[in-house]
Design a protein around this ligand. Sequence first.
Ligand SMILES: Nc1ncnc2c1ncn2[C@@H]1O[C@H](COP(=O)(O)OP(=O)(O)OP(=O)(O)O)[C@@H](O)[C@H]1O
Ligand SMILES: [Mg+2]
Length: 260
Amino acid sequence: MSEYMIEVTDVNKSFGNGAKPVHVLDNVSFRVKKGEIVTLFGKSGCGKSTMLNIVGGFERADNGDVMHDGHPVERPTKRCVMLFQQINLLPWRSVIKNVELGLEEEKISAEEKKERVMDALKLVGLEEHLNKFPHELSGGMQQRVAIARALAIQPDVILMDEPFAALDSFNRYNLQNELLRIQEKKKTTIVLVTHDIDEAVYLSDRVMIMSSHPGRIFKEISINQMKPRDRTHGDFQYYRKKILEEFQLSDEQLAPEYNI
Ligand SMILES: Nc1ncnc2c1ncn2[C@@H]1O[C@H](COP(=O)(O)OP(=O)(O)OP(=O)(O)O)[C@@H](O)[C@H]1O
Ligand SMILES: [Mg+2]
């Protein structure tokens, strides 16, 4: 059994097959250990969402290998769920019914379904709001419902594409803390996409800095600090600075064909 939950090897991806296809991902390789939180960090348009979509089976790579727990990724599965920046709850369903949605096709008993839904809602602190509708909830609470829906499925991997970007900083900090608490308990493997340096340093075990045009992994930085981390601590600032510096370097080292 491999210690890696996700293994991406030499993935290339271009869009468009006319005269000028856009080469978005160039020989991208990385691995994520079971229970790890790894962040893809990079400029807008560098291919972060594309990479996440390929890991989740929503897009196919042109070539290269993507493995999830030792099996090639061919299509989306319930073992690996995606959490988007746009919170996609169904407005006509209550909190509890939105979380149940993820389990609709699962072949499990009604009791187990109920139990999983309630466990997930408790984990995100929404057990008091079961019968509310999305429009009655704040943005932070809505994203909690989406997290609960993902957790109820009990996936091995949660892919998060800027999940907290739409929230104010107070809500964002709260949800980041909750995510760490839940992850500590469930040991879910998380691949996160963000362009918020603080978020990357606060949550990640490793940060993968990507360069753009085409998207490559430019540098990998391990964050060797106990969690929860102190955002005001010198070590935190050290990693913040290091990521920023590498990010600036990545921007200067554009591929020759773009370096004009
Ligand atoms: N389905 C598609 N068809 C054509 N081009 C696409 C498609 N999806 C993405 N692209 C292009 O691929 C590049 C990378 O897009 P992607 O969405 O992966 O970037 P990103 O790093 O997630 O950016 P952001 O931080 O703005 O979300 C962009 O140039 C984008 O226009
Ligand atoms: Mg994106």
